[in-house]
Design a protein around this ligand. Structure first.
Ligand SMILES: C[S@@+](CC[C@H](N)C(=O)[O-])C[C@H]1O[C@@H](n2cnc3c(N)ncnc32)[C@H](O)[C@@H]1O
Length: 227
């Protein structure tokens, strides 16, 4: 009896480092399976292979086969020759807002975005700030290789776990965005009003984008003193 191939099957077939070098695939399968048969656009930052134009594309091929109705878009700092019937590749820097806006205009909007690019902490934060507002409602934004959040060579910090400059601390702050209704303050930000879940795994994070208008239950406990 035929069983539909899993994401792990495709990861092994194409040799992406998302499995073996890292162990991300079960987490991707958990968060991305609901999108499997949807028609949508996926963006992955980082095609792979670095300066060699002939190398890379392993994860783009994996996504192409796993999502039979999706268009798979990859961006990389370097020229890349990755072909596929539903694969498009752009060359540019993940922190270049003008470039990213062109990619979104031409090939988006995106329902799933994966940051597997430079992994420099400042880049991860900047790219999120540019792209998250363009992510479709109901979409997911994933960030890989968060170990660099602890690496000073990548702008990380393993000693100050409250530093505002690290990617993990930036992503951790989104927990407070999810719960903005519980805090007194001014007008909620765009991210606060559009983030409903943050999921952390070893070196990997998923952010769920939907309208966050769930009210607080704060009135009752304030009046009664009960939780
Ligand atoms: C780890 S590889 C990507 C692997 C691929 N996503 C996979 O899972 O098979 C990272 C890629 O990010 C690219 N990259 C590095 N800095 C970048 C930047 N500032 N903007 C866009 N891409 C960048 C590199 O050239 C490299 O090809």
């Amino acid at each position: 009896m035929w069983t539909r191939p899993s994401l792990l099957d495709f990861a092994k077939r194409y040799g992406t480092d998302k499995w073996g070098s890292h162990f991300y695939i079960p987490h991707y399968e958990r968060h991305f399976a609901p999108y499997r048969d949807q028609t949508f656009n996926l963006l992955e930052i980082g095609v792979g292979g670095y300066k060699d134009p002939a190398l890379g594309g392993e994860s783009l091929r994996m996504w192409q086969d796993y999502f039979p109705n999706a268009t798979i878009v990859g961006i990389d700092l370097y020229e890349k020759h990755v072909a596929g019937p539903r694969i498009r590749v752009y060359q540019g820097d993940q922190t270049d807002a003008v470039f990213l806006e062109r990619v979104v205009a031409e090939a988006g909007p995106f329902r799933l975005i994966i940051d597997d690019g430079s992994h420099l902490n400042a880049h991860v934060i900047r790219t999120f700030e540019i792209l998250y507002p363009t992510l479709e409602l109901g979409g997911v934004y994933a960030v890989e290789d968060l170990q660099t959040s602890y690496w000073s060579s990548f702008g990380g910090d393993m000693n100050d776990l409250t530093s505002a400059n690290t990617s993990l601390n930036f992503l951790k702050s989104l927990v407070d965005a999810v719960n903005y209704a519980e805090r007194e303050g001014g007008v909620p930000s765009y991210v606060e009003r559009h983030t409903v879940g943050v999921h952390f795994y070893h070196n990997l994070c998923f952010v769920d984008k939907r309208v966050n208008d769930e009210p607080s239950n704060i009135v009752k406990p304030r009046l009664t003193g009960e939780p």
